[in-house]
Design a protein around this ligand. Structure first.
Ligand SMILES: *[C@@H]1O[C@H](CO)[C@@H](O)[C@H](O)[C@H]1NC(C)=O
Ligand SMILES: *[C@@H]1O[C@H](CO)[C@@H](O)[C@H](O)[C@H]1NC(C)=O
Ligand SMILES: *[C@@H]1O[C@H](CO)[C@@H](O)[C@H](O)[C@H]1NC(C)=O
Ligand SMILES: *[C@@H]1O[C@H](CO)[C@@H](O)[C@H](O)[C@H]1NC(C)=O
Ligand SMILES: *[C@@H]1O[C@H](CO)[C@@H](O)[C@H](O)[C@H]1NC(C)=O
Ligand SMILES: *[C@@H]1O[C@H](CO)[C@@H](O)[C@H](O)[C@H]1NC(C)=O
Length: 572
């Protein structure tokens, strides 16, 4: 978060000026924030208490029927076969709630949960779980809660905590390792907690499945002193990166045995999203320059091949050609990542488009067809996803623009209006009818409520330096976990940056996207930063090659395709 605070300084002293002149406004703002914070607190407890009453220790609450689902072992198992006998679940929603309880200041409930888990949770069950979900939800939830439990700033009863959560996390981490035993080092997508990889297990997995393990597994290694978790996930990440195309793009799905791509089209949404997020956050958490270099190239490629004005479409990794023109709800995390990176302007403009779609439908539909300006025929649901709240939180941290508070309020209001039921919060099956669905996902407690709460009250972050995993679990940025960082990447010398050029919001514009000068054929100086490829017209389509500028990685002129997209058109 220190990066966010840094941006507060750098970016928007300017934006904040109006409220400095009008003290009553900021008083109003703080009253509003307090009121909103209390609303979010109520939402969290409504979800939490209903889960504890009707579903715990099973995984998730079914709020309409007030029953439960053991979603962790049911996921990806459409026919619900081979489920564990007499299974009582993993208390998934409780684990996911731990860090939120601390952020809300409920230490007594946190401790009660820790005691229950340490006495009653076992991973020695014949259950096939998704490695990615198990990692971000369960392992991440446990590791983060362990760190919070040992942080003396939290007023926990000293002495009652004896690293039980870390023991559980280590046990789970061990159970993940057989998944990595492949010729490529890329992990299987599914693992049986008791027996390892099943016979005939599918070898297909996704880019995020292989590329979003490093934060949790790395933290587990740092905490236990055993490098095997970090090594396994790092090896997978490096292998994945080596499979990128010459355009520095990756596909969406791949085969872990052969290391070949299955789906070559990708974007920043489902199946890929947290891969990008983890490259950058791993750099913040572990400080390796390597992560930065990978992220740098990956970010450039995204901005170049997927971005279309404020929108992001999908493209074929081999050609860079646009494939699907779809907005997906998961993409809404991207502006939040861009804030961490420092690209506030781009974050702001994309975020506004997502807000626009949210307001149009009342919530964010899973998929929206940009080229037809209509909903996807089947993916019309909204499963209480956090991504828009998350980006709103980051943008407010960086800018303190009260507009983001209004956005947060709109999100809270529609969640209460459309998804709150007597037995908890229900997903939306169809945003055109607002018909509800009997499922309260654990990420509603781990992320949606947490980011909304932090938007209105960030006191948890005061004097602390945390990053959030893709599931919203905080991990501290510790110098002990860092190899020495080049000064320029982590702007710790804020006073220096502040004096430098306050208008230059983007850390990236200095480092990732160097403005490039070169002599063109006609002798004039061309300057381009790939983060900010000019948008030719309102519809962001180009009409001539001239509008497309120069590719900043190889200095070649980009051309305008028949469809109106700028790109380097390679023939394969
Ligand atoms: C689940 O809980 C029930 C009731 O407490 C118990 O009888 C059963 O053995 C538990 N199942 C497993 C697999 O532990
Ligand atoms: C903590 O959570 C428990 C369980 O939901 C609740 O009963 C209690 O009031 C909460 N305490 C505080 C201080 O919010
Ligand atoms: C563990 O579970 C059992 C059975 O539900 C319960 O009686 C016991 O109190 C639990 N342990 C803790 C610490 O809550
Ligand atoms: C694995 O797949 C083969 C071919 O589909 C099948 O004959 C075999 O029974 C399967 N084995 C298991 C353990 O499911
Ligand atoms: C975000 O965009 C709006 C509308 O274009 C603009 O008024 C505002 O100043 C922008 N804020 C930032 C932080 O760029
Ligand atoms: C920050 O950077 C400036 C310029 O390099 C330097 O003069 C100053 O001493 C630095 N401050 C700190 C606290 O490192």
């Amino acid at each position: 978060m220190s990066i966010c605070r840094f941006l507060k300084w750098v970016v928007l002293l300017l934006v904040m000026f109006p409220s400095l002149f009008d003290p009553s406004l900021s008083h109003f703002d703080s009253a509003k924030k307090k009121q909103m914070r209390e609303k979010v607190r109520k939402m969290f407890y409504h979800a939490y208490e209903n889960y504890m009453t009707h579903a715990f220790p099973h995984d998730e609450l079914k709020p309409l029927t007030r029953s439960f689902t053991d979603s962790l072992s049911e996921l990806g198992n459409l026919k619900l076969e081979h489920l564990p006998q007499n299974y009582n679940g993993t208390a998934l929603t409780l684990i996911e709630s731990l860090s939120s309880l601390v952020i809300l200041g409920n230490y007594t409930e946190f401790e009660r949960a820790v005691l229950w888990l340490s006495e009653n949770l076992s991973f020695d069950v014949d259950a096939r779980v998704n490695l990615f979900e198990g990692n971000i939800r369960v392992l991440g939830g446990l590791v983060s809660a362990h760190i919070l439990a040992t942080d003396s700033k939290n007023r926990l009863v000293q002495g009652s905590y004896k690293n039980q959560l870390l023991d559980l996390a280590e046990d789970l981490g061990q159970r993940f390792l057989p998944a990595f035993d492949t010729p490529t080092g890329l992990p299987y997508a599914w693992i049986n907690l008791k027996y390892g990889v099943m016979k005939n297990e599918t070898t297909e997995t996704s880019t995020s499945g292989c590329g979003s393990l490093i934060l949790e597994m790395g933290a587990l290694s740092r905490l236990t002193g055993d490098p095997k978790y970090e090594s396994a996930s790092l090896r997978a990440l490096r292998k994945l990166w080596s499979m990128r195309s010459s355009l520095n793009l990756l596909g969406t799905t791949l085969d872990v045995e052969t290391g070949e791509w299955i789906e070559h089209s990708s974007g920043i949404g489902a199946g890929v999203d947290s891969f990008y997020e983890y490259l950058f956050k791993a750099h913040i958490l572990f400080g390796k320059e390597d992560f930065w270099r990978m992220f740098h190239s990956a970010y450039l490629a995204v901005q170049k091949y997927f971005r279309h004005g404020p929108w992001y479409h999908e493209a074929d990794m081999r050609t860079g050609k646009a494939t699907y023109w779809q907005l997906t709800s998961l993409q809404a995390f991207w502006p939040g990542l861009q804030v961490l990176v420092g690209d506030i302007e781009a974050a702001n403009s994309s975020h506004r488009e997502f807000v626009h779609v949210w307001k149009k439908f009342g919530v964010l539909p899973e998929r929206y067809l940009l080229d037809h300006q209509m909903l996807h025929p089947t993916e019309k649901y909204y499963p209480l996803r956090p991504e828009l709240a998350e980006s709103t939180f980051y943008l407010y941290q960086a800018t303190e623009d009260p507009w983001y508070i209004e956005v947060g309020e709109a999100i809270v209001d529609s969640l209460n209006l459309y998804t709150k039921v007597e037995g908890g919060f229900a997903s939306i099956r169809d945003v055109t009818t607002m018909q509800t669905e009997d499922h309260q996902h654990s990420f509603f407690l781990a992320e949606t409520c947490k980011y909304l709460y932090l938007l209105f009250d960030d006191s948890f972050l005061v004097d602390r330096n945390y990053i959030f995993t893709t599931e919203g679990h905080p991990l501290p940025v510790l110098s002990a976990w860092h190899e020495r960082l080049p000064e320029i990447y982590i702007p710790s010398n804020w006073t220096y940056v502040k004096k430098e050029k306050p208008k230059r919001a983007s850390a990236m514009s200095l480092q990732v996207c160097p403005a490039l000068s070169l002599n063109s054929r006609h002798g004039e100086q061309l300057v381009e930063s790939a983060c900010h490829i000019p948008d030719a017209r309102n519809d962001h389509k180009c009409f001539s090659d001239e509008e497309c500028g120069v590719d900043s990685t190889n200095c070649r002129r980009r051309s305008c395709s028949l469809g109106g997209y700028c790109g380097l058109w390679l023939i394969i």
